[in-house]
Design a protein around this ligand. Structure first.
Ligand code: PMP
Ligand code: GLN
Length: 378
């Protein structure tokens, strides 16, 4: 058998969550909340099922859901996406990302990405014969060297992928970053995949800099969003993607053979739930409290950190504790100290190890307290 992905093995989220279960450890590794979603949302899904919405949804998604997403995007980012032609409901952001890459990346196309990067981009690029071209971000601030990004552009560059707020570092791109990116891409045919699944989880009164806000980015961008992240329903695998109509037309050609459509009753529930903007505008405060609680409890620990400015992940540096590799230390923490995290080197192409672990703080205050107690004793 000749594998299409010879270097890929079971991903780190499955590995660490499994290890946490086996060793009965507190699981702050894989990014998901340990608390329930809104009972209203659950009731709305049950009602949709009882009302008979149990067969295929329209291929691009329920039109009223696309309409409410269009309204939300116009109000937050001052850009109109036509619900008929420019918005598609997907089975999570992962499916959107896969479909975007499948629809556009051919043999030998180059795709620039910023490392560390979320784990699904590279294997998908490789599956379609593309070549990932990394630009390394370095701690503690992980800011982007845009001159380096510009220097990586060749005739073969087909796409650039950004992710803000950023998993795993918890950093966010600022307006000046987006303006510089716009300048770099303006006179090219390069597509932008802007992964914005944490768009509603931004802290310290910063605002989310969506690619939709910048005309020369929006005209070439696919923007991906996740209801899993926004409504504490990662197990539902629901999301959507936005793009100008010529791009979306190509996306849908693949989408229809990839999944055809996404979960129908959930689309009904989400349509109603999105009509109350507080359901997502309350997220920054909700998660900032958790970040602040977690970090205040860690202030006397040996870990060092820069507070995350977005996402529900916090990086902790353990340089003052041990020289062990992050993979070794993450496993040891799980098995011996009963707390699971994600070693950051797995998101880096050259497995560069900066002694950083990623902890998910989308957890009850009680769980965060227990986690901090363990970490303070290390
Ligand atoms: N992109 C990033 C940066 C993520 O962290 C995740 C995980 N939620 C995804 C995409 C995938 O989102 P979904 O669970 O909606 O497929
Ligand atoms: N996005 C989640 C994380 O970063 C995990 C998603 C997955 O398990 N594939 O932890």
């Amino acid at each position: 058998l000749i594998s299409k992905l010879p270097t890929v093995s079971t991903n780190i989220f499955s590995v660490m969550s499994q290890l946490a279960t086996t060793h009965n450890a507190l699981n702050l590794s894989q990014g998901f909340p340990n608390f329930e979603t809104s009972p209203t949302l659950i009731r709305l899904v049950s009602e949709a099922m009882q009302n008979g919405y149990n067969q295929y949804a329209p291929m691009a998604g329920l039109l009223p859901l696309r309409e409410i997403i269009s309204k939300k995007t116009a109000s937050l980012y001052q850009r109109n996406y036509n619900p008929e032609e420019e918005i598609t409901i997907t089975s999570g952001a992962t499916q959107a990302i896969f479909t975007i890459i499948a629809a556009f990346i051919r043999q030998n196309d180059e795709v620039i990405l910023l490392k560390p990067a979320y784990d699904c981009y590279e294997p998908t690029i490789e599956l379609f014969g593309g070549k990932p071209v990394p630009v390394q971000l370095n701690g503690p601030d992980f800011s982007v060297n845009w001159d380096e990004v510009a220097s990586k552009i060749t005739k073969k560059t087909k796409m650039l992928i950004i992710n803000t707020p950023h998993n795993p570092t918890g950093t966010t791109l600022q307006k000046k970053d987006m303006l510089r990116l716009e300048q770099i891409l303006k006179d090219t045919n390069i597509l932008l995949l802007s992964d914005e699944v944490y768009e509603h989880i931004v802290f310290d009164n910063k605002s989310h800099q969506s690619a939709a806000l910048f005309p020369h980015l929006a005209e070439r961008s696919f923007i991906t969003a996740s209801f899993g992240k926004t409504f504490h329903t990662t197990g539902w695998k629901m999301g959507y993607c936005l793009a100008p109509k010529e791009l979306m037309k190509e996306f849908r050609k693949v989408h229809q053979f990839n999944v055809f459509c996404s979960n129908h009753p959930m689309q009904h529930a989400l349509t109603t739930y999105l009509k109350t903007p507080e359901n997502y505008t309350s997220l920054p405060e909700f998660f900032q409290k958790k970040r602040d609680l977690f970090l205040s409890l860690l202030k006397d620990s040996k870990f060092t950190f820069t507070p995350a400015s977005g996402t529900y992940f916090q990086l902790l540096n353990y340089r003052n504790i041990t020289d062990e590799s992050d993979v070794t230390f993450a496993k040891k923490l799980t098995i011996e100290h009963k707390i699971a995290s994600i070693p950051v080197s797995v998101f880096n192409m050259n497995q560069q190890d900066d002694k950083l672990l990623r902890f998910c703080f989308a957890k009850t205050d009680d769980a965060l307290q227990k986690a901090a107690e363990i970490l303070c004793n290390i």
